[in-house]
Ligand binder design. Structure first.
Ligand code: MD6
Ligand code: FE
Length: 214
């Protein structure tokens, strides 16, 4: 039987200039396949506890990475590095499925170099931040949500401006590029147990990034 597939991606909702929300971009089977990919990554690169620069206070999410580079945060600061902070081993390779999603949704002529994996338990949050540790802001950051729905807050390029709230559900893709590449954003909370995909009702967020300039 012939596969019926649209020639182009379903049009996203442009939440604000440069912020594209593809609701339900990945179906359940695709989400399960991605989760299996991530389980393999985490077996090799176990979740670590990120810490605030200077104070060393722990964040509420757990993190890992795959791809040539990984983003880490500890008392010494934020940075990308090629190895796991605890095991000191190189990050696992980026799964092909993630490379394919970047090709379909990022609209950028070079592959991602890092995939940051954020793991949320029922009480985890992420405070308002900008993603600005990359050398070239021409490339977007592409986010994939798996598991429990998250209340995502999105603002502008200043911390104090107005914000809006978006509910990111399992299978949603959200792209921050163009005029929103440096927009402040964070996770107010997750709706624990709102999805059966991830064990214990938690959430996994994957962000694919280009780190160096082309
Ligand atoms: C999260 N997301 O969804 C956190 N960053 O758990 C992010 O920090 C993020 O969604 C850059 C671009 C899109 C994002
Ligand atoms: Fe971010």
């Amino acid at each position: 039987m012939t596969e019926v597939r649209a020639a182009e991606e379903p049009s996203p909702l442009e939440v604000q200039p440069g912020a594209l929300w593809y609701r339900g971009a990945i179906d359940r089977a695709g989400q399960e396949a991605l989760l299996a990919d991530i389980d393999r990554v985490l077996a090799e690169a176990p979740p670590f506890v990120p810490r605030m620069p200077r104070t060393g206070a722990p964040l509420s999410v757990r993190m890992s990475n795959c791809g040539p580079l990984g983003w880490i945060s500890d008392a010494a600061g934020y940075r990308y590095q090629a190895f796991h902070p605890d095991t000191r081993r190189p990050w696992p390779a980026m799964p092909d499925r993630l490379l394919a999603l970047w090709e379909r949704f990022a609209g950028y002529g070079a592959p991602p170099e890092a995939c940051l994996i954020n793991l949320y338990g029922p009480e985890a949050r992420m405070s308002l931040h900008q993603d600005r540790d990359e050398a070239d802001f021409a490339a977007p950051v592409l986010s994939i949500s798996l598991g429990a729905t998250a209340i995502f807050r999105l603002g502008g390029e200043t911390r104090r401006g107005p914000t809006r709230s978006v509910r990111l559900a399992s299978g949603d893709i959200f792209v921050l590029g163009g005029a929103s590449r440096l927009a402040f954003h964070g996770i107010d909370r997750i709706l624990a147990g709102s999805s059966t995909l991830v064990a214990d009702g938690g959430r996994i967020n994957l962000t694919l990034r280009r780190v160096t300039a082309i």
